[in-house]
Design a protein around this ligand. Structure first.
Ligand code: LMR
Length: 330
């Protein structure tokens, strides 16, 4: 008589326990190498904020800035091993996975960040986000940082001024060739040691956006910046295809919307940070900013642009043409 009652009670209890026990949230570790007061730093924080608001208890985001979890030499491996779930890696650091993304490093390809944006949103640009799927890498979005400037221990006005200097570059064969084209050497070096490299004289110069330049305090160790706008430094926000496709569809759909919104935020911040950090460099009075006349800038272009030919086959001439077409008509 009691037995069915007991069974029913046990069933109810078990059911209640199952029904109320909160499933562990999905954890997204987002690792990056720059500070929080940067376009990428702010994009990552916005991503976390929106996830906390919209998917409470379901997804948790942990952001690790400033190479605190992984440097740019280890973040890709960590992603592929599942130790982190999202990174926003510079487009200059993908050549091991696809040659096509090298496009973005070609010097003097894009006139300005608006042109970069037009290309990234074009069908060809969007296709590149999928170009590493066979390697388990899914591109979710592009995030801007901005146009790169040159810096060195001596003033750089003409390409000849760079002759014999060693410039720190991101791990990119295109960027090494770019410096070779002006008689200098491009020395690949991870981001977290650039300051030390410049301070100790291991390298004499570098190229980066004002945002990265100021945030890494490079103005303390570089007396001259040349506002060359000769290339871009942008990011691809990536995850692994395994992680992304393995998410419950409703969560993936919400995360997709959050990616779009945090992308808009990071991109809006990018312009502001670069202008503000240029001003910070000027205010620090450690570094002279050299502006180039159109003729002077053309001299750099003439020296560096022949580098394109060396990479055209790997990147694909069609892709280069599509990117060039995104520039405003002259
Ligand atoms: C660099 O290495 O200079 C940049 O890629 C760092 C970054 O992530 O902005």
């Amino acid at each position: 008589m009691l037995r069915p009652l007991w069974n029913a009670l046990a069933f109810t209890l078990a059911f209640t326990t199952l029904g109320t026990a909160a499933a562990d949230p999905i954890v997204i570790k987002f690792s990056h190498v720059v500070g929080e007061q940067t376009p990428k730093g702010q994009g990552a924080l916005m991503f976390k904020k929106l996830v906390e608001e919209r998917l409470p208890g379901k997804v948790k985001v942990e952001v690790y800035p400033n190479s605190t979890l992984y440097g740019d030499d280890k973040e890709m491996e960590a992603l592929l091993l599942g130790d982190v779930q999202i990174i926003a890696r510079s487009l200059a650091k993908f050549e091991q996975y696809t040659r096509k993304v090298q496009l973005f490093d070609l010097p003097f390809l894009f006139d300005d960040i608006a042109a970069v944006d037009r290309f990234q949103q074009s069908p060809q640009g969007q296709q590149l986000l999928k170009s590493m799927e066979s390697k388990n890498i899914t591109g979710l979005a592009y995030w801007h940082n901005g146009m790169k400037q040159l810096s060195a221990t001596r003033p750089l006005r003409t390409p000849e001024d760079a002759r014999g200097l060693v410039f720190r570059v991101q791990t990119s064969a295109v960027l090494e060739e770019q410096f070779k084209a002006v008689g200098a050497k491009g020395q690949p070096m991870i981001f977290s040691v650039v300051y030390q490299g410049l301070r100790t004289g291991l390298v004499n110069g570098t190229e980066n956006t004002y945002s990265n330049f100021y945030n890494q305090k490079l103005h303390e160790v570089q007396k001259y910046v040349t506002e060359s706008n000769h290339g871009i430094l942008d990011y691809m926000l990536i995850t692994t295809s395994d992680f992304w496709n393995g998410l419950p569809p409703d969560i993936r759909a919400e995360l997709q919307k959050i990616v779009v919104e945090s992308t808009a935020h990071a991109n809006k911040e990018a312009e502001r940070f670069n202008q503000q950090d240029k001003q910070h460099v000027l205010d620090a009075k450690t570094t002279e900013i050299i502006t180039l006349t159109p003729q002077e800038r053309n001299a750099w272009r003439d020296k560096m642009k022949p580098v394109w030919a060396k990479f055209e086959k790997d990147i694909g001439p069609d892709l280069i043409q599509a990117a060039e077409a995104s520039n405003p008509a002259q």
